[in-house]
Design a protein around this ligand. Structure first.
Ligand code: KIV
Length: 284
């Protein structure tokens, strides 16, 4: 296991909320970007099932499995020294039975090395959350818009515009907290609901598309750095890494075609005597 001297825990995040300190969370799925986002000072890194879309190119998040998630988690935890690392429970890894949910959460911890797991869903998953927490694994909830359930529930739609829907989201969040979650993600939900939940719950509410009054924010790394073409409207792009990659690789292609790469600084030669001996051996 990688040694991470100053690493944050689930308790740290709760303490940050109690001190009024905002929590910055972002996703990562591989060693190099996890190392960078940790160095940049995020408090928590989510190995999100968004990897299905932004890394593996699937149309939605339902297609990724527990083995793939464990591999992504392992790559991230090998790199991270300070941030809390949370592994996302993929679709159908916790829906079939409580036993299977606990086993799969354990897999992300034992094989992926994560500190905690996250799972989407409200009241209907309170037994699952309780059992994973009882097994000794901290759980982050995820309510509001829940992408894994876009077919069976409300689609990729803003939650909480009408009072009945706002009430649904609030009841889900309260139950997830009561079940023992140490924190929860609130996705694509009106700011009024986010403000109510952040001020009511003792656990941190991490918003994504839920306005500024949450205890923290999370975004998908590929949206932040401009490496995915289908970003949601609530994401903010801070860099255009796609343009930087295109520029770099186009320059490389051009230099290979024209013969200007590799130059002398990227090329090694034999010592003169060795070269002469080689030529002598092969001469004729
Ligand atoms: O999978 C993911 O990246 C997520 C975030 C959008 C919160 O669940």
């Amino acid at each position: 296991m990688t040694d991470r001297p100053e690493r944050l825990t689930a308790r740290h995040l709760i303490r940050m909320k109690s001190k009024g300190q905002r929590i910055a969370m972002i996703t990562a799925y591989d060693y190099p970007t996890a190392r960078l986002v940790d160095e940049a000072g995020v408090d928590a890194i989510l190995v999100g099932d968004s990897a299905a879309m932004v890394v593996l190119g699937y149309p939605d998040t339902r297609f990724i499995g527990i083995e793939e998630m464990a591999t992504f988690c392992r790559a991230v935890t090998r790199a991270v020294r300070r941030a809390l690392v949370i592994g996302d429970m993929p679709f159908m890894s916790y829906q079939v039975s409580v036993e299977e949910a606990v086993r799969n959460a354990g897999k992300l911890v034992k094989e992926g090395g994560v500190d905690a797991v996250k799972l989407e869903g409200g009241r209907q998953y309170s037994e699952v959350i309780k059992s994973i927490v009882n097994a000794g694994i901290p759980v982050m909830g995820h309510v509001g818009m829940t992408p894994q359930f876009f077919v069976s529930s409300t689609g990729y739609r803003l939650r909480g515009k009408r009072v009945e829907d706002a009430e649904e989201v609030i009841r889900d969040a309260l139950e997830v907290a009561r079940a023992g979650a140490f924190s929860l993600v609130l996705e694509f939900t009106v700011a009024d609901v986010a403000e109510y939940l952040s001020s009511t719950l003792e656990i941190p509410v991490i918003g994504i598309g839920a306005g500024p009054k949450c205890d923290g924010q999370v975004l998908v790394l590929h949206d932040v750095i401009g490496l995915y073409e289908r970003s949601p409207p609530f994401a903010k792009r801070y860099a255009d890494v796609a343009a930087a990659i295109l520029h770099a690789v186009r320059s490389y292609v051009e230099e290979v075609k024209t013969g200007s790469f590799p130059g002398p600084e990227h090329t090694q030669f034999m010592d003169v005597a060795e070269r002469e001996e080689l030529l002598r051996r092969f001469d004729g």
